[in-house]
Write a protein that binds this ligand. Structure first.
Ligand code: RB5
Length: 146
């Protein structure tokens, strides 16, 4: 599976660690930066990574900033993206089961790297439940288009 990965400067170190972790687990990573700790604007990286998922070039995405909030707001502007900011494993499971989230966000300033890896595992290994949740997803996208 191809994973679109991005961060700003605040999420850079977590992105690097998550990238190695994903590669070790056999995922293919497409990295949209940041590529250093130098200050950068999260919308630039988040938009590019989200677009790769929306265009079908990557199956899922993981986008990190200090809180996960800025990158989540940005990614959700991209048509077809359902980006979920998760700070617990349960949120990561439920964003897949109920919301069919295709992008995961978390905040490097809010959770440990160990928890970030557990959240990543939960996000990548949980399937969408479908059923009653499908109609709700359709309603979300009918508001502004797929
Ligand atoms: C950067 O200082 C910080 O604002 C950013 O990483 C993020 O938390 C924004 O939502």
């Amino acid at each position: 599976m191809k994973i679109s990965l991005a961060s700003d400067h605040a999420g850079f170190e977590y992105k690097e660690q998550i990238s190695s972790y994903l590669t070790l687990m056999g995922y293919e990573v497409v990295d949209f930066g940041a590529f250093s700790l130098a200050s950068t604007d999260y919308p630039d990286h988040a938009f590019a990574a989200a677009k790769a998922v929306a265009d079908g070039n990557c199956e899922k995405g993981i986008i990190i900033c200090g809180t996960g909030i800025g990158v989540s707001i940005t990614a959700n502007k991209v048509t077809g993206i359902r980006s979920a900011n998760c700070s617990t494993v349960e949120m990561a499971v439920l964003c897949r089961q109920h919301n069919d989230a295709n992008i995961l966000n978390f905040g490097s300033r809010l959770i440990t790297i160990e928890l970030a890896k557990q959240i990543t595992d939960a996000f990548l290994n949980t399937e969408f439940d479908g059923g009653r949740h499908s109609g709700r997803i359709d309603k979300i996208h009918s508001l502004t288009g797929r």
